[in-house]
Design a protein around this ligand. Structure first.
Ligand SMILES: Nc1ncnc2c1ncn2[C@@H]1O[C@H](COP(=O)(O)OP(=O)(O)OP(=O)(O)O)[C@@H](O)[C@H]1O
Length: 261
């Protein structure tokens, strides 16, 4: 098998003596959709934050594109080719959908900030290119018609799509999505499923945290299940669905939820 696109080995992170992520390893091959699931408080977001540079691991190693990977900051992570969305939508609500996508692309343009201030001809050409690309990504996620709408006025589902467009605009090799279906209705979830399959079809890998188990099982090549910070199952959707530890973690969910309060 080829070297994986991304791997995390034996990651650990504790908060105040409580292990939020405890010896977690996972691997993503190029072109795969990998799911990270588990009950509330299982450690999924902490894992994501370790992978995307928001937290520093207490122990463990990361590798990306065949090299050791030490995410220094979210900006560094984006430059390396890893883009993420957030559980709580983080958009510039009073900017248009187009501006939200374009703003993330400016950091990567060759003219940089000085060019933008001086409004040189080269900067104007680049601006047109950025707008065109931003428009492309809005159409790609299915909200091209709303390019001039303020982000804050879009429906919840469309705001989530806009976040995905903004992440895709940085042309990542790996797209990390933190609960993209949260708050979506059934129709929006179906459309999201189609979009994620399209993204995979177009050659990108996806790491997906999601509470909607049906969505995860329907599109993921492999799934890692966390509970109390530990990996309790790892494998294809069929394999993990049959795991007694997973069944217990989910069916016992009520007891877990109560004991975690
Ligand atoms: N910054 C923090 N400080 C202290 N404890 C934290 C912090 N972040 C997470 N935790 C704790 O770590 C554990 C794992 O939390 P995490 O948010 O990673 O779980 P999760 O699986 O993403 O949960 P959810 O599905 O509810 O989002 C929880 O017990 C949580 O309270």
């Amino acid at each position: 098998m080829n070297a994986p696109l991304f791997s995390a080995s034996n990651l650990r992170k504790s908060f105040g003596g409580i292990a939020a992520v405890d010896d977690v390893s996972l691997c993503i091959q190029a072109g795969q959709v990998i799911g990270l699931i588990g009950p509330n408080g299982a450690g999924k977001t902490t894992c994501f934050n370790l992978i995307t540079g928001l937290y520093t691991p207490d122990a463990g190693q990361l590798a990306f594109k065949g090299k050791p990977y030490k995410p220094a900051s979210p900006h560094h992570v984006a430059q390396m080719g890893l883009a993420r969305t957030f559980q709580n939508i983080r958009l510039f609500k009073s900017m248009t959908a187009l501006e939200n996508v374009a703003v993330g692309m400016h950091a990567k343009t060759s003219q940089g900030v000085l060019g933008a201030i001086l409004r040189t001809p080269a900067q104007r050409r680049e601006e047109i290119k950025v707008q065109k690309q931003a428009m492309h990504w809005l159409h790609y996620v299915g909200i091209g018609a709303y390019s001039n709408h303020l982000a804050g006025q879009l429906s919840y589902g469309d705001q989530r799509r806009l976040e995905i467009a903004r992440a895709l605009a940085s042309e990542p090799a790996l797209l990390a999505l933190d609960e993209p279906a949260a708050g979506m209705n059934a129709t929006e979830k179906l459309k999201l499923r189609e979009l994620l399959l399209q993204i995979r079809h177009d050659g990108k890998s996806i790491l997906l945290i999601e509470h909607d188990v049906k969505l995860v099982m329907g599109i993921c090549d492999e799934v890692t299940v966390l509970d109390y910070g530990k990996v309790i199952a790892q494998g294809t959707p069929t394999q993990v669905q049959q795991s007694p530890a997973v069944i217990e973690a989910y069916l016992g969910g009520l007891h877990h939820a109560e004991s975690r309060e």
